[in-house]
Ligand binder design. Structure first.
Ligand SMILES: [Fe+2]
Ligand SMILES: [Fe+2]
Length: 365
C-alpha cells in the first residue's frame, strides 16, 4: 500500500519507516552491566553525587511540562505544504521523530537498569526519557497533520539496535544532545528573524525544546567528568576526535542531501551546517580533551567534496540500474568518502578540555 506521495504504508495512515542506512538515526544498546559498574557508588565513591542530586532536582521541576501543547495552526499549515515540499517535510519529521525516540529508548533502559546501583542517576535518565518521549510524541503528532504517523511500538521491536560500549554511548549522546541544541536554537532564531519562512508552527516550540537538549547535554558532561579516563590520555583524545567527526560528517551529508528543505525555510544549508558544527565544536572543546579544528586549511573543502560524492551515491541509488551494478557504480564514491573521513581525521586538531579536570589539556583558543 502506498499513499499519494509514494510513501509505503504499513496500514492506513501509518508509514513504513524509511530504510536504514549508515546516515539514518540509529537505535542504540549497550553493555548495561558495565554501565552499572560506572555508576555504582561502592565502586566509584568519587561520583559527584552532590552535583547530580542538584541536577535531579532541576529535572524534577520539569520546566517544559506545559510547553508541548499544540496550537490551532498545525493542521492548516500542514495542508498548505504541498507538492515536492510535502514529501521532504515528512521525511524531516520522520528523521527527527526517530532520533528523539531513539534517545527515549536508550535513556529509559538506562533508568531501569540503574535503579539499584544508583537511584539518583537512574531517576535522571528516566526524566531524560520523559523529555525525549515528549519530543518524539510531539513530532509524531505533527506527522499526523500530514495524515501519516510512525508506529513507534513496531519500530521498538523491529529496528536493528547498534551496540556501543558504554563509554562510546556517553561520547555519542553528549554530542547528539549538544548538536541537537544548536540545530534547534539556530533554526528558531533564524525563523524569528524571518517569520515569512515559518512554514509550520512546530518551529515556534524549538526555543524551550532546545533547553531540554541543553540540560541533557549538561548532565552528560557531569557523567564525562566523573570518568577521567574518558577525558585524559591519547586514547580519549582519539575517540573524542573520532566521535566529533562522525557526528559532524553525518549531519553535513544528510542535510546537504535535503537542501530543498532548508532552502524552503530560507536557510542556506552550508551556512546553517557550518554554524551548527562550529558552535557544537566550541561547546565540546570545553569538555572533550581534543576536537577537530574547523579552521584547519582544507577542512570545509574536504567536507564539501564528500557532499558531492554522496550526491553521486544518491543518484545511483535512485537510478533504474540492477542492484549488482549499483553496488559496483557506488564503490569508487564510497571509497572517496572514506578517504575524506581519513583525511579529516588526520588534520590538525585543537587540544581542549576543561580547566577543572585534573590533568586534562588546557583549553586553547
Ligand atoms: Fe529531544
Ligand atoms: Fe535530548
Amino acid at each position: 500500500m502506498t499513499d499519494d506521495l509514494g510513501f509505503k504504508l504499513m496500514r492506513r495512515g501509518v508509514k513504513v519507516a524509511a530504510k536504514e542506512s549508515i546516515l539514518t538515526p540509529r537505535f542504540y544498546t549497550t553493555d548495561f552491566d558495565e554501565v552499572d559498574d560506572i555508576f555504582n557508588l561502592e565502586k566509584n565513591p568519587n561520583l559527584p553525587m552532590e552535583e547530580l542530586t542538584a541536577m535531579l532536582e532541576e529535572f524534577r521541576k520539569d520546566y517544559n511540562q506545559k510547553h508541548f501543547v499544540r496550537n490551532d495552526g498545525f493542521h492548516d499549515a500542514a495542508d498548505e505544504i504541498q507538492g515536492p515540499m510535502r514529501k521532504i517535510f515528512i521525511e524531516f519529521l520522520e528523521r527527527s521523530c526517530t532520533a528523539e525516540f531513539s534517545g527515549f529508548l536508550l535513556y529509559k533502559e538506562l533508568g531501569r537498569r540503574l535503579q539499584k546501583s544508583n537511584p539518583v542517576v537512574a531517576e535522571i535518565f528516566t526524566l531524560l526519557a520523559r523529555d525525549e518521549a515528549r519530543h518524539a510524541g510531539f513530532i509524531n503528532k505533527a506527522l499526523s497533520d500530514f495524515n501519516l504517523a510512525l508506529d513507534l511500538g513496531f519500530l521498538t521491536k523491529n529496528r536493528t539496535y547498534t551496540f556501543f560500549k558504554p563509554k562510546f554511548i556517553i561520547y555519542a549522546t553528549y554530542l547528539s544532545e549538544k548538536i541537537g541544541y544548536w540545530r534547534y536554537i539556530s533554526m528558531y532564531r533564524h525563523l524569528q528573524r524571518n517569520p515569512d519562512n515559518q512554514l509550520y508552527p512546530m518551529f515556534e516550540y524549538f526555543e524551550n525544546w532546545c533547553q531540554d537538549e541543553n540540560r541533557h547535554g549538561d548532565f552528560l558532561t557531569a557523567v564525562l567528568k566523573a570518568r577521567p579516563e574518558l577525558l585524559n590520555g591519547l586514547e580519549a583524545r582519539l575517540w573524542s576526535r573520532f566521535f566529533c567527526l562522525s557526528v559532524y560528517i553525518t549531519m553535513y551529508l544528510n542535510d546537504h542531501s535535503r537542501s530543498a528543505f532548508y532552502g524552503a525555510l530560507g536557510l542556506n544549508t552550508t551556512q546553517f551546517n557550518r554554524h551548527v558544527i562550529i558552535e557544537t565544536n566550541n561547546a565540546t572543546a570545553r569538555v572533550f580533551p581534543e576536537v577537530p579544528d574547523c579552521d584547519a586549511p582544507g577542512f570545509w573543502d574536504v567536507m564539501d567534496r564528500m557532499v558531492g560524492y554522496n550526491e553521486k551515491l544518491i543518484a545511483i541509488d535512485r537510478s533504474e540500474a540492477p542492484e549488482f551494478l549499483k553496488k559496483l557504480q557506488k564503490l569508487p564514491y564510497t571509497e572517496r568518502i572514506l578517504a575524506g573521513c581519513l583525511q579529516l581525521f588526520f588534520m590538525p586538531t585543537l587540544r581542549s578540555g576543561s580547566f577543572d579536570i585534573e590533568g586534562a589539556g588546557s583549553y586553547q583558543y
